[in-house]
Design a protein around this ligand. Sequence first.
Ligand code: GTP
Ligand code: MG
Length: 452
Amino acid sequence: DHTNADTLRTPIVAVLGHVDHGKTSLLDKIRGSAVSEGEAGAITQHIGATDIPLDTISGMAGELIDPTDFDLPGLLFIDTPGHHSFSTLRARGGALADIAVLVVDVNDGFQPQTEEAIDILRRTGTPFVVAANKVDTTPGWNPQEGEPIQRSLEAQSERAESMLNENLYEIIGQLSDAGFSADLYWRVQDFQKNIGVVPLSAITGEGVPDLLTVLMGLSQRFMKEEMAIDVYGAGEGTVLEVKDERGFGATIDTVVYDGVVRNGDQVVVGGQDEPIVTEIRALLQPRPLEEIRTEKKFEKVGEVGAAAGVKIAAPDLDRAMAGAPVRVVRDRPVDDVVEEVKAELAEIEVDTAEDGVVVKADTLGSLEAMANALREAEVPILRAEVGDIAPRDIAVAETANQDEHKAILGFNVDLLANAETELENADVKLFTDEVIYQLIEEYETYVEEKQR
Ligand code: GTP
Ligand code: MG
């Protein structure tokens, strides 16, 4: 009987933060240390994610972790694709990530994308820790490769330590301004009430054992119930990115957070116009490193169970949306699943008005965040969609009644090449930015100047 095979799945960890604060370096370091632990076979590179099993984590965390304290299988780290504000990705109405690491450069402190990430974490109620990164850039720092942070602090001069502390307290103050009570993680008793700050370096690896320990502890303590899944259940996931791949056409990079997805499964995927009903032609994973020189980038697999990142190839995926739900049909009427997907998309639908601006964003989640911010700024929306800026968006923007509404606000999107001349010839103003509030400010400044 396969109906009740409850198992604990791997928690999904998002790494967020301002540009250049060290998200990618931190993931590289975690992967790299896992490899040098001699556990390379144990880490699996997924599409858009890296799975680090508990044994490997406890190997890296050394004295800080007793693996018998944990029964979760490890951690699935999601790699942020470029500038995508993928922290806004959702799963069944909640956040896709179970926990998050907010990376903050100790020297720079809070920056616009840090603020934005914090807003999203607050709105989605996602538990998080702060990685106060780049401690090794403190003047006079004496690096302690891969050591727990307390060990490293013991090796520092008083001057270096006090300079670091100054920066750390600055960040703790900024967290408090943002409404979160926070402290250095070793002083935190209750991680539900206080945010732990972990000083570390993604380059030297000091403090990384501490981060892994705090993440395991957090997931174990607060996530256990949510991690119980039916491993044989119909797979559920979220689209991270829609990508064209040679030989496969449009594919969807997907994070599977429940059940199992099998090759040949019928699936329903949220699309630009309506849910797409299709059948999986291939499930693709990256080839292991040693085989990377072969011509094919991907390896076909028969099935993937949650939590995992996988590329799904199937017909008709070109209108799939980043951030949209993916549901395996299996044993249910397909119409029920289509209704489920519609209902989930309806939750995110944006209120539009007769007159207003055109909004384009990279994912459903970021579109929703844009819509919320515009509502607060009392800017009406004529049309809001996921995707790059196309000629028809310009045509729609031109139909706005008020001059100030003849505008397109693009968040994390590009202007398609075939829309460039159209834009030049149209009486439409284009604003693009990678930070929502800056984008809205730019638009508001434009409107103010126009009204003068
Ligand atoms: P985006 O993906 O562009 O948002 O940046 P990111 O947050 O992924 O930052 P990334 O890891 O690319 O790091 C940016 C720069 O900071 C690189 O030159 C890194 O080598 C450097 N860097 C990251 N972490 C550290 C650190 O702990 N110490 C030092 N000295 N440099 C670091
Ligand atoms: Mg990066």
